[in-house]
Design a protein around this ligand. Structure first.
Ligand SMILES: NC(=O)c1ccc[n+]([C@@H]2O[C@H](COP(=O)([O-])OP(=O)(O)OC[C@H]3O[C@@H](n4cnc5c(N)ncnc54)[C@H](O)[C@@H]3O)[C@@H](O)[C@H]2O)c1
Length: 256
């Protein structure tokens, strides 16, 4: 297991799914963790269970990001790890393909998934640089590589997160500030995001699982393990990299 003792982490979207598993994993590996979420009750409960600290945050509120970073630094003395995990799919009753998407749906998914991730990186970098560096892990999706025709905003936001992470990684490397920025690309994972679709379309999860070579969904803890590795000092030459955690789902498509 990577040793994260002495490190301080912020994990967004900590109340559920991959974020919850990441808080548990980073804390188990020795980090002091500040979890954040719009879901205050769920986030509080998870952080209490994992012996982490919690702050309510809507990641799309860009003006709030410096305060979140200050909360971590004031409470724990430094910031070493940022996991930009909070994310949403387009919730549009009339659909979210390019033939259907409305401005509000597009704007919201871009604000949370892309602008929220950018604002987190922008706020965290000076704090990390103050103590010699750190690790940023941004969460994209296989839809960044194999986009969903039914959700143009989500797929676009995740594609942009991939490219933005490389821009941030190369800038930080050129600055020599000791900060690495990498992307984790999960495939279909058994979390709340899929639960909402399952409620509307019973059998959805089983049908997604059946398209995977492993014939199952990922457990969020399996994604958290990749995040913990990238957060650790085990991979000092990895930056601008992408780690697929998709059970081989993209590998069966030519070109990936
Ligand atoms: N589950 C999958 O199949 C899958 C696949 C690829 C990528 N992802 C990505 O993984 C990340 C985590 O998703 P998950 O599957 O764990 O979903 P989830 O719905 O279980 O958890 C997402 C969490 O983010 C929180 N959140 C939503 N909007 C927020 C906001 N504006 N500010 C702060 N918190 C907010 C939610 O309250 C929730 O706790 C997302 O970025 C998602 O796009 C998930």
């Amino acid at each position: 297991m990577p040793d994260l003792s002495g490190k301080v982490a912020i994990v967004t979207g900590c109340a559920s799914g991959i974020g919850a598993a990441t808080v548990r994993r980073l804390a188990a590996d020795g980090a002091q963790v500040l979890g954040t979420d719009v879901d205050a009750d769920g986030g509080e409960a998870l952080c209490k269970e994992a012996a982490a600290h919690f702050a309510t945050q809507d990641v799309s509120d860009r003006a709030l990001w410096p305060q979140i970073v200050s909360t971590a630094v004031e409470r724990f003395g430094r910031l070493d790890i940022l996991v930009n995990n909070a994310g949403i799919v387009s919730a549009a009753e009339d659909g979210a393909s390019i033939g259907e998407v409305d401005d509000a749906t597009w704007d919201r998914v871009i604000a949370v998934n892309l602008s929220g991730t950018m604002a987190g990186c922008r706020a965290a970098i000076p704090a990390m640089a103050n103590t010699g560096g750190g690790a940023i892990i941004n969460i994209a999706s296989t839809t960044a590589l194999a986009p969903l025709p039914t959700d143009v905003g989500y797929s676009s936001s995740k594609g942009a997160v991939r490219v933005m992470s490389k821009s941030i990684a190369t800038w930080c490397a050129q600055q020599g500030n000791g900060i690495r920025c990498n992307t984790v690309i999960p495939g279909a994972t058994d979390t709340g995001i899929l639960d909402s679709t399952e409620a509307e379309m019973p059998g959805f999860k089983a049908s997604v699982a059946s398209t995977s070579p492993m014939n199952r969904l990922a457990d969020p803890a399996e994604t958290a393990a990749a995040i913990a590795f990238l957060a650790s000092d085990e991979c000092p030459f990895m930056t601008g990299a992408e780690m697929l955690v998709d059970g081989g789902a993209l590998s069966i498509h030519p070109g990936f």
